[in-house]
Design a protein around this ligand. Structure first.
Ligand code: PHE
Length: 347
């Protein structure tokens, strides 16, 4: 191997040893740069005869080309290696299943509320909403439940650390019945002074609160109030409407209803409404689903209406209870623990 072959071999070895493009450029300078080994060789030509210059010059040129070729090859190899590394680092495993966005769904109680609204809506009932923090008058007094009357203990509620103008504590409404008063008063005010008033036909679903907690009671629960007031609305209408509602809600034509005498200060007469399924696991068992009755004249008066002219009925049902029956859930608390394993079953 002559000195020129050795130079090519040395350059190739240096290039191969350069791990990065930057270091390769440094190696290039050592051989092909201004002060590089090839340039040194060319400078040596000056001392040679014209004849020798020609041969030696051609040999050096060839050497330079071989070194340049080695450099080009190494540059390409490094670029390829870099690309490979990048591809490997950014590799996507296309066989991995994609990440799916969780599909949300309505809570079973919300579904039940929507179902109640749709059925009563189809029977011409408006849907109203009202405050959960109520005055004493709305929750009790207006509903013919006087201050200090023992019937108030039927709805043992929570009180809010705030008093109304009359000096009475605000309460977390123990039932949706205050919505009868709020809605009817607004309705009566709207038609005050006119000869006739359209009937009041409304349901008011929402959250309610009581000091109660076991498998069938939660301190926060839901109710849906219903009110139908007109000049000629009777208990018979309540029976028709509520029977129709239950049969539609449970999709069961042979469902039985029983109106069992009861007491509420705001209705007279009053009845608990029980239902019994004609088939299924609960067949033949009477299950209480609502309280109801003909609205008491004192309450009609508090609506701002004349009880001699206006009459009708009200009912209050428990959507949580209805959801339990419809879905076969035996512990009410499951609805409010928000365990996704439980809730997912309804979607
Ligand atoms: N508000 C009563 C309760 O919570 C239910 C009810 C509503 C009864 C309307 C009669 C009429 O128990």
């Amino acid at each position: 191997m002559n000195d020129l072959d050795q130079l090519v071999a040395a350059a190739s070895a240096d290039f191969a040893a350069a791990p990065t493009p930057a270091e390769l450029e440094n190696a290039k300078a050592r051989f092909l740069g201004k002060a590089g080994r090839v340039t040194e060789l060319l400078k040596g030509l000056a001392a040679l005869s014209p004849e020798q210059k020609k041969t030696r010059g051609a040999e050096i040129n060839q050497t330079k080309q071989r070194i340049e070729a080695a450099l080009t090859a190494r540059r390409a190899a490094l670029a390829e290696a870099e690309l490979e590394a990048q591809l490997r680092a950014e590799a996507l495993d296309v066989t991995l299943p994609g990440r799916q966005r969780g599909v949300g769904g309505l809570h079973p109680v919300s579904r039940t509320m929507e179902r109640i609204e749709a059925i009563f809506g189809s029977m011409g009932f408006d849907v109203a909403d009202g405050p959960e923090i109520e005055t004493d008058w709305m929750s009790f007094t207006a509903l013919n439940n006087p201050e200090n009357h023992p019937a108030r203990s039927m709805q043992d509620t929570f009180y809010v650390d705030m008093k109304d103008e009359g000096g009475r504590w605000y309460n977390l409404r123990p039932h949706t019945s205050p919505m009868q008063v709020r809605y009817a008063r607004a309705h009566a005010a709207k038609y005050a002074g006119m000869d006739t008033m359209p009937e009041i036909r409304v349901i008011a679903p929402g959250r309610t609160y009581r000091v109660d907690s076991d498998a069938t009671h939660s301190p926060m629960f839901h109710q849906c109030e219903g009110l139908w007031i007109g000049e000629n609305v009777s208990f018979k209408d309540l029976k028709v409407v509520f029977t129709e509602f239950c049969r539609k809600f449970f999709e069961s034509e042979d469902l039985q209803l029983r109106f069992r005498p009861s007491f509420f200060p705001f209705t007279e007469p009053s009845a608990e409404i029980d239902i019994a399924f004609a088939s299924g696991p609960l067949k033949g068992k009477w299950l209480e689903v609502a309280g109801s009755g003909q609205v008491h004249p004192n309450v009609v008066r508090n609506f701002g209406l004349d009880p001699e002219r206006y009459i009708g009925f009200a009912f209050g049902m428990g959507p949580d209870r209805l959801a339990m029956l419809r879905y076969g859930v035996n512990d009410l608390r499951l609805f409010f623990e928000n365990d996704l394993r439980f809730l997912r079953q309804f979607n």
